[in-house]
Design a protein around this ligand. Sequence first.
Ligand code: SF4
Ligand code: SF4
Length: 477
Amino acid sequence: MLDLLRGRADTAQIIKKKRGATAYQAPLFFHPPGHHYPPRLRKPTMQPSHYLKSYSSKDSPDQLLLFSTKKASVILLDKETFQAMQEGTLSPSDEATLEKVGMIVPDRDREKQAMLAFLDDKNPQNRMLNVIAVLNLDCNFACPYCFEEGVKGNLYMMEATASRLLAFIRDKWRDHKDKLIIDFYGGEPLLSLDLIQSISKAAKSFAESRGAVYSFTLVTNGSLFTGKVADALVPLGLKSVKITLDGPAEIHNQYRPFKSGAGSFDTIIKNIKAACDRAKIGIGGNFTRDNYKKFALLLDYLQDAGLTPDKLSSVKFDAVVNRPKNDAAPGDYAGGCISINEPWLLEAEAFLREEILKRGYKTSKPIPMACMVETTDSYVVNYDGVLYKCPAFIGKKGFAVGDLESGVGDYSETLKLGIYKNRDCAECVYLPLCFGGCRYMAYVRDGNINKLDCKKEYFDAALETLLKQDIRYRFQK
Ligand code: SF4
Ligand code: SF4
């Protein structure tokens, strides 16, 4: 899933009314009690945004935690000001601040219409062209959850296909764009190191000829990402690397052994230590219901090994998805934007996020997002040149959207574009965080993508905890 509001996620802020000494930094406004605007001087009344969630707090009974699902902004507000917000009697300065962070709007019905049309409006203005390139389906690991049923093996992107990929990029480029990003996937993308280098040289030179910036990312098992490889790739535009660790050594080695059967944990840690000062490295990992608590030991290990929060760009663990048989999608893509609505996961996610945040590592936070399927200028190119809209659909019959030879066909019906344009989603406070959910999870659940992957229950149960964790560990420092 792509962050369609890139750049806005950082608008998250804490605003708190001053009451003597405060544990929070830089409150953005001070609102003396009882100084609301007299009704006769009121501007046209602003209304609370439709995309507003409010939560009470045991620790601060006089305050409410407000979250805008539209702007990902966070506010701690005293109840008195909250009431003024409901009644349209805010002071001008409070009104200006709350409008800026999306908590109040001039017209809620228009706001809802605009949100339904948001992706249609944004797509033509998207300044980025993003291609996920699956360079091979081979790997030097033999992870049980990835290599079942013999769907993977000695399958590599050929140079002729890479040339067609570059032609495809040139064809899709538009003058208003200023960013070209390629995400290299596998199998194991570093088994195709030469191709990463040749594609990147050509893509960089093309982007620069158009006044744009080229960068690329890698999703790798980490065993081949040595300091030397990092040094070779950074000048070509390597921006970030995601490396998977499936728990502390004893668990990781069981789930992610080399083909020889030997454990890979020590090799990966050695490589991360060597490369973490040269490239941004994020850690991902796949947990199960039985082993998630042990991931806290991995975090302790990372800290003891000197891989402290300043050395890693992020840490995020995801549940192993029960994949359909013969699933050829990249194993590590489970760490993409897939989320599963199962009760045990709420506990597991909250536990792991707490463990990550309390040690000072960065991790994901609730922000506006839509399925990549809905983003026009994002494509997945498989090693054989077949095009998809999400890596999770690779190899699944009926979900290809074209190929590098013949181009992109009409996928609006096969991928159910705009599935969120229905009455329930139009009224839903979580629409900006969800846009109808994950098509792949609908497929895993129902065998087709005709229904929504509704996350309402999940957000109802989880959002408050996530926000309160952020306040505790991100904003109170
Ligand atoms: S189908 Fe799911 S995994 Fe794929 S891009 Fe959409 S939300 Fe992400
Ligand atoms: S799928 Fe469910 S959670 Fe998502 S926007 Fe629609 S109603 Fe809301």
